[in-house]
Design a protein around this ligand. Structure first.
Ligand code: SF4
Ligand code: SF4
Length: 441
């Protein structure tokens, strides 16, 4: 694609980066076929190619964002299916991240939209605030249908619908400390305890720590780590995202200095995509660029790490039929496609893949709150495809997908690591049937 940026514009490294990305696009439109919003809405401006044109026009002309571009960029899930499809290697992720930061800087949203976004950015990344927010949600639940009738309050209705009716207790394992591996030491890793996931389902990290330590891996929960910044990054709140990134880089660098790390284990693929991008996000900060690149290189999804370990035979072979839902951040963001399915199959599960596996479930960070109608359409499509597999449980590696799919599915939705932990001697995940158990302990 030909571009027309001035030398002065290109002096801004963010613009220069976006120009390089734009020049790679050859307008072929292959990406439109796999874009969930184009497939759902059928509007070229809600396709990757359409959005790329809108972003190019805005940046080239040095214009403030307007209502049209905000509408179409807000509808983008950042699912990155377009990056998997693109034959020219267009880095849509960095382009849309830049566009979102530009929108945040130059566009004044309507008051209620601003308040909703500010509330999400204030609450979601902080476990204690999120927990308090979920407790308060029960007072708002009786008003869901009223809020749904008022367009400006639809995000509030969506939040209340997603809030679970009971909140598990915080896990003691999430506190900073070291969990020693059993037997001969096979490695040393740090684990990201995370923000929303640690509140909604603390058993995910408990299963991870339990399985890793049984396998002889020492697990460190470093002092000072917190939200990865993905939630606010996707809202264009660049400064807040970079504060989170720098804090985590510091925490993990200290853990490396104190005893070395083989990996930083991440159990939410949405976080994994962002942490693997810290090197890029902090590239212009001389004090952090190198450390951040090192952290990104150490970041591993739990299934990536387990695949590289020499695993023993499972304790039990559950025989359960599992529909594996590959989160967009797993398959498109991190290109992890094979490992979770292979680990499940090796552990004795029968793995089935739903049709249209490349399409997003509509969760996408805060998308299911801010774009609830498109999100619900994508969720229902995803659930239909999952239920058609005949599986009795859904496995996936991202808390956002778990919450989203579970809100409409008739079968349990669990994190992949809980199934693996069960097969290798841990407890059976809640709601999962063991009727197919084919090997005794
Ligand atoms: S990130 Fe997803 S929703 Fe956004 S343009 Fe690409 S394919 Fe479409
Ligand atoms: S597939 Fe790639 S090169 Fe083709 S229009 Fe989409 S982004 Fe551009």
């Amino acid at each position: 694609m030909q571009t027309n940026f001035s030398a002065a514009q290109l002096a801004d490294p963010h613009v220069a980066e976006s120009e390089t990305i734009l020049r790679k696009c050859v307008h072929c439109g292959f990406c439109t076929a796999t874009c969930p919003t184009y497939v759902t809405l059928g509007n070229e401006l809600d396709s990757p190619r359409g959005r790329i044109y809108l972003i190019k026009d805005m940046l080239e002309n040095g214009r403030a964002a307007d209502k049209e571009i905000v509408t179409h960029i807000d509808r983008c899930l950042s699912c990155l299916a377009c990056m998997t499809t693109c034959p020219s290697g267009v880095n849509y992720m960095h382009l849309v991240d830049h566009a979102r930061a530009h929108i945040e800087e130059t566009y004044r949203r309507p008051l209620l939209d601003r308040l909703t976004r500010a509330a999400l950015a204030f609450v979601l990344p902080y476990p204690s605030r999120f927990r308090a927010g979920l407790r308060l949600a029960r007072f708002g639940r009786p008003f869901i249908s009223l809020f749904e009738k008022l367009p400006a309050l639809k995000p509030v209705a969506a939040m209340l619908k997603l809030a679970p009716s009971s909140i598990p207790s915080a896990s003691p394992l999430a506190s900073p400390g070291v969990h020693a591996g059993r037997g001969a030491k096979r490695g040393r890793v740090a684990i990201l305890t995370g923000c929303a996931q640690s509140v909604l389902d603390p058993a995910i990290n408990e299963a991870t720590i339990s399985l890793l330590t049984r396998l002889g891996v020492e697990v460190v929960v470093p002092e000072g780590e917190g939200c990865c910044g993905a939630l606010v990054h996707h809202m264009g709140r660049e400064d807040q995202a970079l504060v989170s990134a720098r804090r985590n880089v510091d925490a993990w660098t200290r853990a490396v200095d104190q005893g070395g790390l083989d990996a930083i284990i991440i159990t939410a693929s949405g976080c994994g995509t962002t942490i693997k991008d810290y090197g890029f996000m902090l590239r212009l900060n001389p004090a952090y660029a190198e450390k951040a690149a090192r952290v990104s290189a150490l970041a591993k999804d739990i299934t990536e790490y387990l695949s590289a370990l020499d695993l023993p035979e499972p304790v039990r072979k559950p025989g359960t039929i599992v529909a594996y839902h590959s989160a967009c951040s797993m398959q498109h963001g991190q290109k992890i496609t094979r490992q979770p399915k292979e680990l499940l199959a090796r552990a004795g599960f029968v793995v089935r893949e739903p049709r249209e596996g490349h399409l997003c479930c509509g969760s996408a960070g805060t998308y299911n709150i801010l774009q609830s109608e498109i999100s619900a359409k994508l969720r229902d499509r995803k659930v239909r495809n999952i239920e058609a597999t005949g599986a009795s449980v859904v496995a996936t590696g991202n808390i956002g997908c778990i919450t989203q799919i579970a809100s409409a599915a008739s079968l349990p939705v669990v994190h992949t690591i809980k199934l693996l932990d069960w097969a290798y001697g841990g407890p059976k995940p809640e709601g999962v049937s063991d009727s197919g158990l084919i090997a005794a302990e």
